[in-house]
Design a protein around this ligand. Structure first.
Ligand SMILES: Cc1ncc(COP(=O)(O)O)c(C=O)c1O
Length: 522
C-alpha cells in the first residue's frame, strides 16, 4: 500500500519494488570480476589460492583493506539493478556530465581544433565560418604550445609550459600574490596530485595525515593504501561544519600520544561531503595550526567555483598563507580540477597542483614521481588551461560562454536550495545549508528497530538505509559512514546534480521512503 503511494507520488519509472521483499546481495565484489573475465564461482574456495600465485593472501594487503564508499556496496548494487533494466537516479558521485550537464561550447571547440589535423580544423577554408575568431586564435596558440607532434605525444611531465604560465597568472590574479609556473604540476584530475603528494609524504607506518571528518574518501583510501595512518579532526555540524582550533589541537595531541607522526593535514574547501565554505578566519586557524606544528597543508580546492550563497566567497589557502603573519613558513600544496566548477568534465582528467614553500629537494622528488607517470593527459591539460583562461569581454565567444556558465551556476543554486529545503521538510531528517560544492549531507533519525535489523543483517545502519532507499525508489546515495562521521550519527550523502525535474522526483522519493522505512521499523 505504501509502495503504491510512492508510485502514485513519484511516478512508476523510478520505483522498483517493496524493499522488504528484496534479498540484498552480499557479494558485491563478484560483478567486478565478471564479464569476459574468469568467474570466481569457477574455482572452489580452497583451490583458488593454489591455482593463482597472485591471490588475496599474496597481493597488497593494504589494497584489500582500502575502502572507497563513493563507488562502494550501494553503488555496486545500483549497477546490478541498472543492468536488470531498472531506472536508477545516481546521486552518489559528483559527476555532472553523467547526469545530464551539457559541455560548455567554447571548451569543446578548442579541444576539437587542437585535436584535428590543421587542414580539417584551424586551416580549413571554412573554419572562420564555423568557429568564432577568438576560438581559432586560441586554438592556434595552444597548438603551437603543444608542438608539432600534436596532442598524441607525451608532454613535459610537469605539463606544457604555456599552460603552467596561464595557471600561474590565474593564481596570481585570484590571490593578489605571485605564483610561479615552475611550482605548478598539471595532473590527471586532482586525484593524481593528491596521490603523488601522499606517496611522497608517508614514509613509515607511524606517519599520519589529519583529515576532516567527514571527508572525501580518497584521503582515507590512499592513506590505507600507502600504509599510513589517518587522524580525524571533526567538523562541527551544528556550526555549519566549521573547524575549530580546539579540535585540531586535541586531535594532534591524541595522535602524538599514540606515537603517530602527523606529517600533513588535508582541508577540503568548499567541503565535500559537507558543503561548507570556510571564511578567512577559519582558514587562518588551519594555516597557523599547520605552520606552528610543521605540518604540510594539503588544500583541496576543487570546488572553488561552486559557491551558492551570497554571504560567502571562496578564499584560497594560498592567499591566507601569504597574508597571515604567522604563516610565513607554511608548507602548502593546493589542488584544483576541471572535474568540478561549472565545467564538470570529470572524464577529461584535468587538474593541477601548486607547490608553495616546499623544500626544493622534495619538489625534485615529486617531479621524478610525475615522470613515472610520463605526463598527464593532453586533453586534460588543455582543459585546465582553458579553465584558468576563459574568453574575456570583447571576444566573440564571450557572451555565449557567459550565458552557458550562468545557466549552469543558476541551476546549481536552485538545485542546492531545493534539495536542502526538501530534506529539511522531511520529519526526522536535518541538513545543513549546501553553501558550496555539489552535495547535501543530511543526518537522519531512524527507529531502534531499523538499527537492530541492520545489525542482524551485518550492515551499518546507514548502509542498510541506503540499500532500502535504492531498492524502493531507485535513488542511489552514499551511506554517510563512508565519509566518517560522529559516533551514533546516521546519514547519507547525495549530490544535487540530476536535472531539476529528476531531483524533485528524488526529493519526493526520499520523503516517501523515509516515512515507510520508519513505520516499518517503529
Ligand atoms: C574534494 C575532492 N577532491 C578531489 C576530487 C577528485 O577529483 P578529480 O580527480 O576528478 O579532479 C574530488 C572528486 O569528487 C573531490 O570531491
Amino acid at each position: 500500500m505504501l509502495i503504491q503511494q510512492i508510485q502514485d507520488e513519484v511516478g512508476p519509472t523510478t520505483i522498483i519494488k517493496d524493499p522488504y521483499e528484496a534479498q540484498p546481495s552480499h557479494d558485491m565484489r563478484s560483478p567486478m570480476i565478471s564479464g569476459g573475465m574468469l568467474e570466481k564461482a569457477d574455482f572452489p574456495v580452497d583451490e583458488i589460492k593454489k591455482t593463482f600465485a597472485w591471490n588475496t593472501d599474496t597481493m597488497s594487503q593494504n589494497l584489500r583493506k582500502m575502502q572507497y564508499a563513493v563507488r562502494g556496496q550501494v553503488v555496486l548494487k545500483a549497477d546490478i539493478l541498472k543492468n536488470e533494466g531498472r531506472q536508477i537516479i545516481f546521486t552518489n558521485i559528483g559527476n555532472p556530465h553523467a547526469v545530464g550537464q551539457k559541455s560548455i561550447t567554447y571548451y569543446r571547440q578548442i579541444l576539437a581544433l587542437c585535436d584535428l589535423p590543421a587542414e580539417y580544423g584551424v586551416d580549413h577554408p571554412v573554419a572562420s565560418q564555423m568557429f568564432p575568431a577568438d576560438v581559432l586564435e586560441r586554438a592556434r596558440k595552444y597548438r603551437a604550445a603543444i608542438g608539432s607532434s600534436g596532442t598524441g605525444a607525451y608532454t613535459n611531465s610537469q605539463g606544457i609550459a604555456l599552460f603552467r604560465d596561464n595557471i600561474a597568472k590565474y593564481i596570481s590574479n585570484r590571490d593578489g600574490h605571485p605564483a610561479h609556473p615552475g611550482n605548478i604540476f598539471l595532473t590527471n584530475g586532482a586525484s593524481a596530485g593528491i596521490q603523488n603528494c601522499l606517496t611522497a609524504l608517508i614514509s613509515s607506518d607511524e606517519d599520519a595525515i589529519m583529515i576532516p571528518i567527514p571527508q572525501y574518501p580518497i584521503y582515507s583510501a590512499l592513506i590505507t593504501l600507502l600504509g599510513g595512518q589517518q587522524v580525524g579532526y571533526a567538523l562541527d555540524e551544528n556550526m555549519g561544519w566549521q573547524v575549530t582550533q580546539e579540535v585540531l589541537e586535541k586531535s594532534l595531541a591524541d595522535a602524538t600520544a599514540k606515537g603517530q607522526k602527523v606529517k600533513a593535514l588535508a582541508v577540503i574547501n568548499p567541503g565535500n561531503p559537507t558543503g561548507q565554505v570556510l571564511d578567512f578566519a577559519a582558514l587562518e586557524v588551519l594555516c597557523l595550526f599547520c605552520a606552528k606544528n610543521g605540518i604540510v597543508l594539503l588544500a583541496d580546492e576543487v570546488y572553488q567555483r561552486n559557491v551558492y550563497v551570497d554571504n560567502k566567497e571562496f578564499i584560497s589557502i594560498k592567499k591566507v598563507a601569504c597574508e597571515s603573519p604567522g604563516c610565513k613558513n607554511l608548507e602548502l600544496i593546493s589542488f584544483h580540477s576541471t572535474s568540478k566548477g561549472l565545467i564538470g568534465e570529470c572524464g577529461r582528467r584535468g587538474g593541477y597542483m601548486e607547490l608553495h614553500n616546499i623544500c626544493p629537494d622534495v619538489q625534485s622528488e615529486l617531479y621524478k614521481l610525475a615522470c613515472t607517470g610520463l605526463c598527464s593527459g593532453v586533453a586534460g591539460q588543455i582543459m585546465t588551461s582553458l579553465m584558468v583562461e576563459p574568453p574575456v569581454k570583447g571576444d566573440d565567444s564571450y557572451d555565449q560562454f557567459q550565458q552557458e556558465e550562468f545557466d549552469i551556476l543558476s541551476s546549481l543554486i536552485r538545485r542546492s536550495t531545493s534539495l536542502v529545503k526538501g530534506l529539511n521538510a522531511i520529519p526526522g531528517i536535518t541538513c545543513q545549508t549546501a553553501e558550496g560544492s555539489m552535495y547535501a549531507f543530511p543526518s537522519i533519525q531512524i527507529p531502534l528497530g531499523a538499527i537492530e535489523a541492520a545489525k542482524a543483517d551485518g550492515q551499518s545502519p546507514d548502509t542498510f538505509y541506503a540499500l532500502s532507499l535504492l531498492e524502493a525508489t531507485g535513488i542511489c546515495v552514499v551511506p554517510a559512514s563512508g565519509f566518517g562521521q560522529e559516533k551514533g550519527r546516521i546519514g547519507f550523502r547525495t549530490t544535487f546534480l540530476p536535472p531539476e525535474d529528476t531531483l524533485n522526483q528524488a526529493i519526493a522519493g526520499l520523503e516517501m521512503h523515509h516515512e515507510i522505512f520508519c513505520k516499518r521499523y517503529a
